[in-house]
Design a protein around this ligand. Structure first.
Ligand SMILES: [Zn+2]
Length: 272
């Protein structure tokens, strides 16, 4: 499959949603075939599922010495522009939340792309799935790539929602990128009481109220689309494009990352 490379360094700056600190992230082109790497405070690690150190509310990458939170929206944007060789330097503990979506990232990256070396996609030889009673993610071998997400939040304005995305034919910028981070009102109160979501505001999150939303929706089914965006971002941790059909029901970072780990294990076993 065709991949792209960055033509120059690209920077993003803003507050982190969890600690509310100012954060700066720089992306530089990496040598062909080197993969995506992240560095902070003199520590450096490969952006693969094995580097995930936490999955509560966001995906956190690290190496035991230091870590960077909320990588998923930037990774969804990198996945959509097919950039897999990249050096990411972070000042601060998080990737900036921007407007809660992946749109600022994809718009910031798009002007600085050129064709890169071809990359071998990950193909499955068998169905793989993860989950529990409430949440499931199932991946089926396929010659095409398709992500499908279903959400069910009974007795809330979200209700039942679905979103799907096919990277090779759909516009990421139109279908998923604008969909914002969301939280239920009661979750926001709890997070604030715990000293979390300090950088969260109505400018970077959609709050689900008892009878509606804190601001007009950007897209229909915006919450399911945002979860689909998170899934695309978490599966960037495969380090290469995916050829599979992925169906997620009420899942989240924990299960997305678990699936990525399972896929990488299968790949290693088949190679061995
Ligand atoms: Zn998200």
């Amino acid at each position: 499959m065709n991949a792209n490379r960055l033509t120059q360094e690209v920077h993003f700056e803003g507050v982190g949603v969890h600690r509310g600190e100012k954060c700066l992230v720089s992306l530089a082109p990496g040598p062909a075939g080197s993969g995506c790497w992240m560095q902070r405070d003199g520590q450096r690690w490969r952006c693969l599922a094995d580097s995930v150190v936490e999955v509560e509310r966001c995906t956190v990458l690290g190496n035991g010495q230091t870590s960077v939170s909320t990588v998923e929206h930037l990774f969804a944007a990198l996945s959509s522009v097919a950039v897999y060789d990249c050096e990411i330097s972070v000042k601060g503990s998080e990737i900036p939340i921007m407007d809660g979506s992946a749109l600022p990232f994809v718009q910031g990256l798009k002007p600085f792309l050129e064709p890169g070396p071809a990359i071998e996609p990950l193909r499955l030889s068998q169905p793989l799935w993860v989950g529990n009673e409430q949440s499931q993610v199932l991946a089926l071998p396929s010659p095409v790539c398709r992500f499908h997400y279903a959400l069910y939040y009974p007795k809330t304005p979200i209700g039942y929602q679905e979103a799907s995305y096919e990277p090779l034919s759909d516009s990421f910028e139109q279908k998923l990128a604008p969909a914002r981070t969301f939280a239920l009102e009661r979750e926001v109160e709890w997070l604030r009481a715990q000293g979390l979501a300090r950088g969260g505001s109505l400018n970077n999150a959609l709050v689900v109220l008892a009878d509606g939303f804190s601001s007009p929706l950007r897209l229909e089914q915006e919450m399911a689309r945002h979860k689909c965006l998170d899934l695309v971002g978490d599966l960037y941790l495969l380090g290469r494009p995916l050829l599979a059909q992925v169906f997620a029901v009420k899942a989240g970072h924990r299960w997305h990352v678990e699936l990525a780990r399972k896929m990488l294990r299968e790949l290693a076993e088949n190679a061995g």
